[in-house]
Design a protein around this ligand. Sequence first.
Ligand SMILES: CC(C)(COP(=O)(O)OP(=O)(O)OC[C@H]1O[C@@H](n2cnc3c(N)ncnc32)[C@H](O)[C@@H]1OP(=O)(O)O)[C@@H](O)C(=O)NCCC(=O)NCCS
Length: 138
Amino acid sequence: MDEPAIRTVAMPRDTNPAGDIFGGWLMSQMDLAAGVVAARHAHGRCATVCVDAIEFQRPVHVGDEVSLYASLTAVGRASMRIRVLACRRLRTGEEYEQVTAAVFVFVALDEAGRPRPVPPLASRPGSRGGSGRRAAND
Ligand SMILES: CC(C)(COP(=O)(O)OP(=O)(O)OC[C@H]1O[C@@H](n2cnc3c(N)ncnc32)[C@H](O)[C@@H]1OP(=O)(O)O)[C@@H](O)C(=O)NCCC(=O)NCCS
């Protein structure tokens, strides 16, 4: 697996009233991870426009190390489709377990906050999974 876009630790402040890690915290980490990939590809300001098919598969517990893996899967004119996987690792263990997956769509913005074109998928060295421009919302 590639390096994670973000790696963090789930803390007591990230829990819901029942004491489990709050799904909204995990979603915000996933959004941050997708944003790292989007800004890098677009070389500038981007905004989340859509989150699709988020699935909470396993719980995250306080103290878990959480790794967010994000990969660009498609690019439109101004939009980028980014698949994000979240994995937990017990802080004292070696095993990684996938806990959540989702697809984020980001749009590159100009100074006025309007959509601006982004480079095609294959143009960045090290970018994966494509040979050219595809609609990000296909
Ligand atoms: C991002 C934003 C400027 C797009 O404006 P817009 O009028 O929808 O712009 P467009 O219709 O030209 O769409 C731009 C691109 O976004 C895509 N897009 C827009 N809404 C989408 C959606 N719901 N799902 C998937 N893609 C979407 C379009 O398909 C288009 O893709 P392309 O350029 O690759 O063909 C506007 O929606 C916005 O400002 N949203 C708020 C973003 C934000 O604040 N996010 C953080 C939330 S706190």
